[in-house]
Design a protein around this ligand. Sequence first.
Ligand SMILES: *[C@@H]1O[C@H](CO)[C@@H](O)[C@H](O)[C@H]1NC(C)=O
Ligand SMILES: *[C@@H]1O[C@H](CO)[C@@H](O)[C@H](O)[C@H]1NC(C)=O
Ligand SMILES: *[C@@H]1O[C@H](CO)[C@@H](O)[C@H](O)[C@H]1NC(C)=O
Ligand SMILES: *[C@@H]1O[C@H](CO)[C@@H](O)[C@H](O)[C@H]1NC(C)=O
Ligand SMILES: *[C@@H]1O[C@H](CO)[C@@H](O)[C@H](O)[C@H]1NC(C)=O
Ligand SMILES: *[C@@H]1O[C@H](CO)[C@@H](O)[C@H](O)[C@H]1NC(C)=O
Length: 489
Amino acid sequence: MMARKTSTFLQLTLVILVSMTLLHKGANGDPRTQTVKMECQNQLEHNSTIFVPNFVAVMENISDQMRTNGWGMSVIGSGPDTNYGLAQCYGDLSLLDCVLCYAEARSLLPQCYPNNGGRIFLDGCFMRAENYSFFQEYTGPNDTVVCGNQTRKGSSFEGSARQALAQAVASAPGNKGYGRAKVAVAGAMNQSAYVLADCWKSLDRSSCQACLENALTSILTCLPWSEGRALNTGCFMRYSDTNFLNNIPSNGSNRGKIIVIVVSVVSSLMVVAVGIIIGVLIWKQRYIQKKRKGPSDARKLVKILRDSSLNFKYSVLEKATGSFDNANKLGQGGFGTVYKGVLPDGREIAVKRLFFNNKHRAEDFYNEVNIISSVEHKNLVRLLGCSCSGPESLLVYEFLSNKSLDRFIFDANRGKALNWEKRLEIMIGTAEGLVCLHHNSKIKIIHRDIKASNILLDSRLRAKIADFGLARSFQDDKSHISTAIAGTL
Ligand SMILES: *[C@@H]1O[C@H](CO)[C@@H](O)[C@H](O)[C@H]1NC(C)=O
Ligand SMILES: *[C@@H]1O[C@H](CO)[C@@H](O)[C@H](O)[C@H]1NC(C)=O
Ligand SMILES: *[C@@H]1O[C@H](CO)[C@@H](O)[C@H](O)[C@H]1NC(C)=O
Ligand SMILES: *[C@@H]1O[C@H](CO)[C@@H](O)[C@H](O)[C@H]1NC(C)=O
Ligand SMILES: *[C@@H]1O[C@H](CO)[C@@H](O)[C@H](O)[C@H]1NC(C)=O
Ligand SMILES: *[C@@H]1O[C@H](CO)[C@@H](O)[C@H](O)[C@H]1NC(C)=O
C-alpha cells in the first residue's frame, strides 16, 4: 500500500514536471529575430497625410491577426495611398515567439519610409507592405539567395542537404505551405542538414510549389557552404548544419500531443493528471494572454488619459502645428517627423509624429511615456506627454530654439558660434545626460543612437539629449531584441 502510494506520487510528480517542461519550451522557443535582409521600394509615398495612418493601421490590424493565427493580411485606404500588408511567422514558431518576431519586423520596416513599401526577411518571420495588391505574387526580380560564408562542408553534408531540401519542398505545398526536414545520409550521422520551407499563406498550392522550386534552384548554389537562405517573393527557405528549428511542429497542436503522451504513460492517474494539465494549460494561456493583451481594459485607460496632465488631445496638437504643416517641420528622425507647435496658452512645443509605434496598445504607449517623462535632467530633453489614443501616436517635447548640434558642426558659418570652450561644455553635458540615463533609478535607458542630430541645444547652447527611451523593447526580458542597434551606426 505504502509502496504503491509512493510510486503513484512519484508518477504524478513526473507527469507534472514533464508537462511543465514541455509547456515551458513551447512558450519560450527562439523567435529568431535576426534580420536576413530588408529591401525598400524605390518609389516615394504619394501623400504622407494619408499614407502614414494607413500604414500604421495595417500594421496594427496585422498585429491582432499575428497574435491569434501566426500570420495576417490587411488592406486599408483607397487610391494611391492604399496600404496592403502581409506578415507571417514561419511554421515552427509558437504564437508568443511570433509576436516577438513580428514586433521586430514592424519596428524595422518603417525605416523604408518615405518610400511607399518594402519587405523584410527575418529568420523567424516575414513582412511586406506595398501600395498595390501583391498577395498573389510568388516570383520577382528581387528573388535572391543569401549564403553562409564561414564554413565549407564536405560531400556527405551536401548529400544530406540536397535530400532534406527535396523533402521539405515536396511536403510543404500539401501542408499549408510549411515544410521542415532533418536528414543525415547513411554513414554520416554527424552531418545532418536542417531545412525549413514556408510559403506565404495568401498563395495557392501551385504558386507555392512554383515558388519553392525557384527557391530550391537558387539555394542549391550555396552548397557546400554550411548555411543557405532563399528569399523569394512568395516563400522563404533555409538550410543549415545546425539545428535552428524550434521543437514545436505547429501552433496549437503541440498541446494536444503533450496530453496524449502523458495520458498513455499513466492511465491510472488519468483523471487527476488531465485535470492538473488542463489547469496548467488554462493558467498558461491566461498568462500568455495577459502578457499579450496587457492587464486592463479600455475604459480604465480612457479614465487615466482624461485625468492625466501627460495627455494631449490630438485635435489640440493638430491645431498647434498647423495640421502638421511642412513649414513647421523641424526635422526627420529615425522614429518620425518633428514639427514645431504653439499651444493655445502660448507655450512652444515640439511634436513628434511617430510613423510607427511598436507598443501594441495605447495603454502600453501611455505607460512608457509616463516613465520616460519622469526622467528629468538638465542635459535631457523633457518629454511633456503624448497623444496616446488618437488616430496617430504623437509625442510632445519641450521646444529648443537652437535645434540640433549637427546644424552647427557641419555648417562652416554657424560652426563659428561654437568655440572650443562651448564644444567642451557640450561634450561634458552630453556625457552627463548619458550617465543619468544609464544610472536612472526607475529605468535604465540605453540610447543606442547617439549622434549630432540627437543632441539639441538650448538658447544658451547647452546640450540636451533627444530621442531616448523609445527604442526600448516592449519585452524587457528578451534581451536579444533590445540590444540591437536602433538607428544610425
Ligand atoms: C529590388 O531591389 C532593388 C535594389 O535593391 C530596389 O531598388 C528595388 O526597389 C527592389 N524592388 C522591389 C519591388 O522591392
Ligand atoms: C494630402 O491629402 C490631404 C487630405 O486629403 C490633403 O489635404 C493634402 O492637400 C494632400 N497633400 C498633397 C501634397 O497632395
Ligand atoms: C482588419 O482588416 C480587415 C479587412 O482588411 C477587417 O475585416 C478587420 O475587421 C480588421 N481588424 C481589425 C482588428 O481592425
Ligand atoms: C503607388 O504609389 C505611387 C507613388 O507613390 C503611385 O505612382 C502609384 O500609382 C501607386 N500605385 C497604385 C496602385 O495606386
Ligand atoms: C561573409 O559575409 C558577411 C556578410 O555578408 C561579410 O561581411 C563578410 O565579409 C563575409 N566574409 C567573407 C570571408 O567573405
Ligand atoms: C563528426 O565529423 C567530423 C568530420 O567531419 C569528425 O572530425 C568528428 O569527430 C565527428 N564527430 C562525431 C561525434 O562523430
